[in-house]
Design a protein around this ligand. Structure first.
Ligand code: URA
Length: 209
């Protein structure tokens, strides 16, 4: 079964609460999401492999340790995933980026793919899939299925908020993919929105409502 990592650092919880408020402006919502993505990136990349390299300090030679950032791919589930991307790229600027576009059919709530663009050599890369909201889990599950066909070395899924329904869906369909989130909320409403949630993440990031 997928492991769930709830990132309960006080800074993460504080910023998440500010974002949830309905009167948070587009500007502050977007800024807070970026800051949260950066903070969460620390936890998500905690077990990334390091390589030894020889360097010269001003005083002597030593063996240092570096991440091979180019092996990492951040995959954004459009469009709200893009709100997460920049904050993560601040911490791992060498990462490659993929995009997958899925929309939710409003009647069936099923995911329909309209865009898919990935870096080459995916079978040698570690993947982190980002989408702020894990609601029904349909989009996330469809994205993971598609990405798995490219046989990356590893896959993680990162969201800001998760509903129990979405977690159950991913655990059933992709039990080997660990889930990182800042909170697990109570439930979905009849329109597939997370309660108490924060509303429509895409609209709040891009100011489209
Ligand atoms: N997508 C959102 O943006 N918000 C939700 O609550 C659920 C899915």
């Amino acid at each position: 079964m997928s492991s769930i990592h709830v990132i309960d650092h006080p800074l993460v919880q504080h910023k998440l609460t500010l974002m949830r408020r309905k009167d948070a402006s587009t500007n502050s919502f977007r800024r807070l999401l970026g800051e949260l993505a950066t903070l969460m990136a620390y936890e998500v990349t905690r077990d990334m492999p390091l390589q030894d390299i020889e360097i010269e300090t001003p005083l002597e030679t030593m063996t240092g340790h570096v991440i091979d950032g180019k092996k990492l791919v951040l995959i954004s589930i459009l469009r709200a995933g893009n709100g997460f991307l920049d904050g993560m790229l601040d911490v791992v600027p060498g990462a490659r980026v993929g995009h997958i576009g899925l929309y939710r059919d409003p009647k069936t709530l099923q995911a329909v793919e309209y865009y898919f663009k990935m870096p080459s050599g995916m079978n040698e890369r570690d993947v982190i899939v980002v989408d702020p909201m894990l609601a029904t889990g349909n989009s996330a599950s469809a994205a993971l299925t598609r990405i798995k066909h490219l046989q990356p070395r590893s896959i993680k899924f990162v969201c800001l908020l998760a509903a129990p329904e979405g977690i159950a869906r991913l655990q059933e369909a992709h039990p080997e993919v660990p889930i990182y989130t800042a909170a697990v909320d109570r439930q979905l409403n009849e329109h597939g929105y997370i309660l108490p949630g924060l509303g429509d993440a895409g609209d709040r990031i891009f100011g489209t409502k």
